[in-house]
Design a protein around this ligand. Structure first.
Ligand SMILES: *Cc1c(COP(=O)(O)O)cnc(C)c1O
Length: 379
């Protein structure tokens, strides 16, 4: 099956008891057994729930993996990956990361003895410099949040070939529609399913997909024993979201490109960060590894003034000033006070996350309305 068909049918089957085409919400915590230990594969819903299983099968299918896992949030998925590591292990992570991932690594797992090196992976050489016998994982995010940097996944995978080092990719910004990290040699794909997979800003959820049985068993153990599962209602919402992922993404990409071009030509705008623009420093890598360039666009003001960013964010009407991304509606966010406030100010300055930086999640509304809104808000 090709991708668009897979979002609807991949690993999905009508429910056997009634033929229901859409998987029902199995709102149950437990399952009747006919004799102790004799059951139909379901014992207790922390371990398995049919609605979650249907979602996990769909996730595995659209990421070209063999095993999918659904969590109560994207961070719960990341947390579960970290718990497979041991004190003393080293992780090399991208320097520009979702603020919550950075916060988890530095303020939770550093305390438990995991050592993180944050490097700019747009130059894979920087990864190589930090690899030693204690390195156990590479944590990639691409495109990055909020600077839209692109990491060459295949190039990083090449660096660790034959070594006992796992490559994990936070694929939230791209979604499986734009890139499949497992096909590029990564071992683990992580998603905040809250974003494009769910797609309607109505659920918080996370996902992991792998293609290795042993790794899958390790993760399943962590999920079952640690307990960060996704409930049946929310599993249903993500499963429903996935069925329109391809049509939504197509429009997100079309609108994202037009917004990026519009901003590039606006006299008040300084930098536009969008991997689809030819002047983006990683445009060639993006072209090689992604099917299109997505709906996330970040920009700064010529004036470099925070007040201009704030005024813009107070003035937009079709765009909503809010955290999160990847829903059908357009959102605008101020990273330094909102999504990335948990990253220390010096660190943000070092990365280029300035106070005049605005991040847009371009939705699937009519492009004329979006551009008119940007025009009026830029004044
Ligand atoms: C939102 C997000 C996360 C965290 O996911 P939650 O579902 O909010 O826990 C992780 N990575 C990226 C890139 C994100 O945008």
């Amino acid at each position: 099956m090709k991708f668009n068909t897979k979002t609807i049918h991949g690993n999905q089957h009508p429910e056997p008891a009634t033929g229901a085409v859409m998987t029902p919400i199995y709102q149950t915590s437990t399952y009747a057994q006919s004799s102790p230990g004799v059951h139909k594969g379901y014992e207790y819903s922390r371990g398995e729930n049919p609605t979650r299983s249907a979602l996990e099968a769909a996730l595995a299918n659209i990421e070209n993996g063999t095993h999918g896992f659904a969590f109560g949030s994207g961070l719960a998925a990341t947390d579960t990956v970290m718990k497979t590591l041991n004190p003393g292990d080293e992780i090399i992570a991208m320097d520009d990361l979702y603020g919550g991932s950075y916060r988890m690594f530095t303020r939770i797992y550093a305390k438990y003895g995991l050592n993180f090196h944050f490097v700019d992976m747009t130059n894979p050489q920087n990864v190589l410099e930090k690899i030693n016998e204690k390195t156990k994982m590479i944590w990639i995010e691409t495109p990055t949040n909020p600077l839209m940097k692109i990491v060459d996944i295949q190039a990083v995978v090449e660096l660790v070939k034959g070594k006992d080092i796992l490559v994990a990719v936070d694929n939230t910004f791209a979604s499986p529609y734009l890139q499949n990290p497992l096909d590029l040699g990564a071992d683990i794909v992580m998603h905040s399913a809250t974003k494009y997979l769910g797609g309607h800003s109505d659920v918080v959820a996370g996902a992991l997909v792998v293609k290795n049985k042993e790794l899958a068993e390790k993760l399943h153990f962590q999920l079952f024993a640690g307990g960060g599962i996704l409930g049946p209602q929310d599993s249903y919402l993500v499963l429903r979201g996935i069925k329109t992922l391809h049509v939504r993404m197509q429009r997100h990409c079309e609108n994202g490109k037009k917004v990026a071009e519009f901003l590039s030509n606006h006299p008040k705008v300084e930098n536009v960060y969008y991997p689809g623009l030819e002047n983006h420093p990683n445009h060639e890598v993006a072209k090689k590894q992604m099917r299109d360039f997505g709906g996330m666009v970040t920009f700064t003001f010529k004036s470099e003034k925070k007040e201009d960013a704030v005024k813009f964010l107070e003035t937009v009407k079709v765009f909503t000033l809010a955290e999160s991304l990847g829903g059908v509606e357009s959102l605008a966010n101020h990273p330094t006070t909102m999504t990335h406030a948990s990253i220390p100010a010096e660190k943000r300055a070092e990365l280029g996350i300035t106070d005049d930086l605005v991040r847009l999640s371009v939705g699937i509304e009519d492009i004329e309305d979006l551009l008119a809104d940007l025009e009026q808000a830029l004044g």
